[in-house]
Design a protein around this ligand. Structure first.
Ligand SMILES: Cc1cc2nc3c(=O)[nH]c(=O)nc-3n(C[C@H](O)[C@H](O)[C@H](O)COP(=O)(O)O)c2cc1C
Length: 203
């Protein structure tokens, strides 16, 4: 019996730490069999700026993010390859997350541009009625961002802005990032043992 296939997109919004943690959780999750990964050129720039990944190592994605041993179930697909598997609704997946999602990519999805593999795969998830989570990040938001987020929601996508909860008393950034990523995976039907649950006041 095959496990789940979860597509991950990394675009050029701030928050590379979230992408790496999500991939680490997917790598460790035995329910997940495959993770096609698409990184935009903005995403590549982000990995260099925020995680200090050297250009020669960026050519070794996803090993550069999760390590060689964990990288086995991942497949890095080139964003320019609009003929890759993910471009067709006939390729079965169980959902897609774009983390972080730039406002540029959000706008492209909202308007059905499909002009690179990440945007086309997002479009496919919407048209096939499969989960699409867009973990966008920017602040403040203008009316164009808000209208695009609404369009994506109306098409069936889930706006999942990078906005971690502070009520669990996370002691550091690492815990905040992990808890946020656990919420993302729970939304995809992959609840994590590490996810803390609010039990009410004093709980
Ligand atoms: C270090 C860095 C941080 C950025 N942060 C954001 C951000 O938080 N949100 C955003 O919408 N764009 C951000 N941008 C701009 C996008 O990367 C840029 O608009 C890019 O064209 C988006 O294209 P993509 O979605 O195909 O990656 C950032 C760019 C850089 C280099």
């Amino acid at each position: 019996m095959g496990g789940k296939t979860i597509v991950v997109g990394i675009s050029g919004a701030s928050g590379a730490l979230y992408a790496r943690r999500l991939l680490e959780l997917l790598a460790a999750d035995k329910r997940v069999a495959g993770v096609p990964l698409v990184v935009s050129s903005g995403g590549m720039r982000l990995l260099k700026e925020e995680l200090h990944i050297a250009p020669k190592d960026l050519a070794q994605l996803p090993a550069a993010l999760v390590g060689r041993a964990a990288a086995k179930k991942f497949e890095h697909l080139h964003n320019a390859d609009i003929g890759a598997s993910l471009a067709s609704g006939s390729y079965p997946t169980d959902g897609m997350v774009i983390i972080p999602c730039s406002m540029g990519t959000l706008g492209a999805i909202a308007n059905g541009l499909s002009d690179n593999l990440m945007r086309r795969a997002a479009d496919v998830h919407l048209k096939e009625g499969r989960p699409l989570l867009v973990c966008w990040r920017d602040t403040p938001l203008n009316t164009i961002h808000l209208a695009n987020a609404l369009r994506v929601a109306r098409a069936g996508g889930v706006n999942f802005p990078i906005s971690p909860g502070y009520y669990f008393g996370a002691r550091n950034l690492d815990e905040l990032v992990t808890q946020f990523c656990c919420r993302v995976l729970a939304r995809l039907g992959l609840p994590q043992e590490r996810q803390r649950q609010w039990k009410g006041a004093g709980g």
